[in-house]
Design a protein around this ligand. Structure first.
Ligand SMILES: [Mg+2]
Length: 276
């Protein structure tokens, strides 16, 4: 299947999960979807029955509040039954509002921001020490880049020249309380990472082919970790949610839900026609 169509399906699942549960972080879910789809359907060596395989690629969603996107992908890939998500955010469910490693396929509990890249650095170092071929992928939010601890991990990643590590910054230019540039400037984000010894790629992050090209390129870079600055749109794919800070964690009304589902269905139909 055309991965753009798969991304429409995942976005539809995200909208459904959040509308049904009445909670979630829809804006960041929709901005990060294309990255997850490329990794989980094309690039990463992961499979439901190999969740503890020592050779598997590692994935850490450091911007853990976007867990609904990860749940949608993991369920669709068969890591757990889709029906399990009916319990999402219900008392007693393991499908909670942030990643939790009781769920098959989730490596690390995240959502307290600023920790994922440090653990990713550790996973990459361990892979090198154990002479494993696996790669490590970590997705950070751009608001998360304001956490000082991220920069300790950036320092270590560059210091140890971890070419088995790829980080993404979901650069949607919004965070919970407003535009990132107003809250804490991230001017020259690319130059900052480069100064710490990283290979830097800056791409349109909702263009799944561009995401795939960047991930592929990163695999061939030696002696440096790669960061992919994914310039995305928060709320991507649903017109009235795009670039609107309130959709960080608003829940669609029934009417908004219907409109969102229709828009995603139309977009999917266009892609289906393109690929005929
Ligand atoms: Mg953001």
């Amino acid at each position: 299947m055309d991965l753009r169509m798969k991304a429409c399906d995942i976005r539809t699942d995200i909208v459904e999960i959040i509308h049904r549960a009445g909670t979630g972080h829809i804006g960041g879910d929709l901005s990060v979807t294309d990255i997850l789809v490329d990794l989980y359907y094309k690039q990463m060596n992961v499979a439901p029955d190999k969740a503890a395989d020592r050779e598997r690629d590692r994935f850490v969603l450091s911007k853990g509040h976007s867990v609904e996107a990860l749940y949608a992908v993991l369920a669709d890939r068969g890591f757990f039954p889709k029906e399990d998500l009916l319990t999402y955010a219900q008392p007693g469910s393991k499908y909670i509002g942030h990643p939790n490693n009781k769920v098959n396929g989730i490596e690390m509990n995240t959502g307290s921001l600023g920790h994922g890249l440090s653990v990713g650095v550790g996973m990459a170092l361990a892979g090198r020490m154990d002479k494993k071929k696996y790669r490590v992928y970590v997705v950070l939010g751009d608001g998360e880049m304001e956490e000082g601890s991220v920069w300790e991990a950036v320092t270590a990643g560059g210091h140890y020249k971890l070419d088995n590590l790829t980080a993404f910054v979901d650069r949607n230019r919004l965070q919970i309380s407003g535009p990132t540039e107003e809250i804490m400037t991230q001017d020259k984000q690319e130059d900052r990472w480069a100064a710490f010894g990283w290979n830097v790629l800056s791409i349109p992050g909702n263009d799944i082919e561009a995401v795939d090209d960047a991930v592929e390129l990163a695999k061939h870079i030696k002696n440096k970790p790669t960061v992919i600055i994914a310039n995305t749109t928060k709320g991507c794919g649903v017109s009235f949610m795009e670039n609107q800070v309130g959709w960080h964690h608003r829940v669609p009304t029934d009417q908004e839900y219907e409109q969102a589902i229709q828009e995603l269905a139309q977009r999917r139909m266009q892609y289906a026609q393109d690929s005929e």
